[in-house]
Ligand binder design. Sequence first.
Ligand SMILES: [Zn+2]
Ligand SMILES: [Zn+2]
Length: 239
Amino acid sequence: MLADLHIHSCLSPCASLEMSPRLIAATAAAKGIRLAALTDHNSARNTPAFAETCRTVGIQPLFGMEVTTVEECHVLTIFDKLEQAAAMEQWVAASQPREPLNLKFFSDQPVVDAEENILEMIDYYLGAATTHSIESVQRQTHKFDGIFIPSHINRAAFSVESQLGFLPPGTYDAIEVQPQVLKQYQRRYPHLPVITASDAHHPDQIGAAPIELPLSPPVTIDRLRTALATLALQKNADC
Ligand SMILES: [Zn+2]
Ligand SMILES: [Zn+2]
């Protein structure tokens, strides 16, 4: 099952306003993606529309966020139930400063429905760092029965390597890297599932760098966790 576990919608301040949940679902389906996670910056408000639209095109939806930790690292927190994502969002939003959104540098942050109607505009900058540490987001994600994946850890900004210089010890369900360093990081972290994802902010990026997972519908978080773990075991067997 082809999966893209890191996609931004129009709700993210740095994403194209074309990225409605409806367009994401249709584009991902056309590219053969069958499992997709919506992971906007510090908000899960577009996940209900994503759930609705994915089901009409045969995609198994997952609901999450890309949280900016107090260290200014990006980390993915992903759930299989809307209520869990909403509970996580409440916990995240309560710790986020309400910096006004600067439209000189960022785009509007609309919450939309499955028919692309705007329900609300979020007027504070969703990309701002929360007061939660990496470890604390990890703990809270697992408490709500989600998957925790540090994002693009090799990237030169907003990654554990750019901010800390290393991957701190932790309970990671996987780590995400950019595709060009996948093999290098598989060798560096043989005990961890190393994944790629599109981190799509624009329609033409959706479904880029997907991963193939040994899964079939229905996908639950437990089954996803097991499938991810299998990737690391396969890597160890290859060594
Ligand atoms: Zn990121
Ligand atoms: Zn991202």
